[in-house]
Ligand binder design. Sequence first.
Ligand SMILES: N[C@@H](CCC(=O)N[C@@H](CS)C(=O)NCC(=O)O)C(=O)O
Length: 214
Amino acid sequence: MPPITLWFLQASRCIRTAWLLDALGLDYEVKFSPREGGLAPAAFKKEAGGLGKFPTLQDGDTILYESGNIAEYLCDKYDKQHKLLPPVGDPKRYEALQWVHAAEATWTLHGIAVLYVRWHQKDGDVKKTEQGLSKNIINDFNLLEATLKQSSGKFLFGNEISVADTMMHFSTSFILARELGVKAEDYPRCKQYVQDCEATASYKKAVEKTGHKL
Ligand SMILES: N[C@@H](CCC(=O)N[C@@H](CS)C(=O)NCC(=O)O)C(=O)O
């Protein structure tokens, strides 16, 4: 039995962690759950413990949640050659971590705000609220489009994936797939980025192992 268990909720950020585990060449057990009424079933939350949000990762006695935190933990523990995350003190580490944190605290935050309006705003002008919120997302995607255009390769830092891609891919694909304030046709480089991430052997392996679907 591998020491690592990933609690994986369908159609979620959990693909970030699965992709990173496969990119690191680690063996892991998947505890999978479909959604019920859009959410994680109560028994699944109870079993995983912690915040009851996913991804949740167990490595030996260590239980972690927050996809960005899990990403940093896995790289620090298992990426001994620093292929995915440069070492402490190297300025490139903080460039990569900037994307790791922004994936959740900026891109996903702004995208989810639109989704919550669609789900929960029962009266008033929903389109107008969405338009107001989309200003942030347009700003985020303008930056991502420009950064990817300037990259020397397919990914954020060239032709090899980094921890930044394992985090940013989900945010980008989720926002474009649900058209949360932006449309893929306006961001061709971002659209290509999603396809290039999904064409990597480690991403494909993670999808095969987890059954991830958006
Ligand atoms: N900031 C957290 C967000 C975790 C989160 O909200 N996960 C969602 C899935 S994408 C979840 O567990 N939803 C199920 C529920 O709330 O019941 C992270 O990056 O891991």
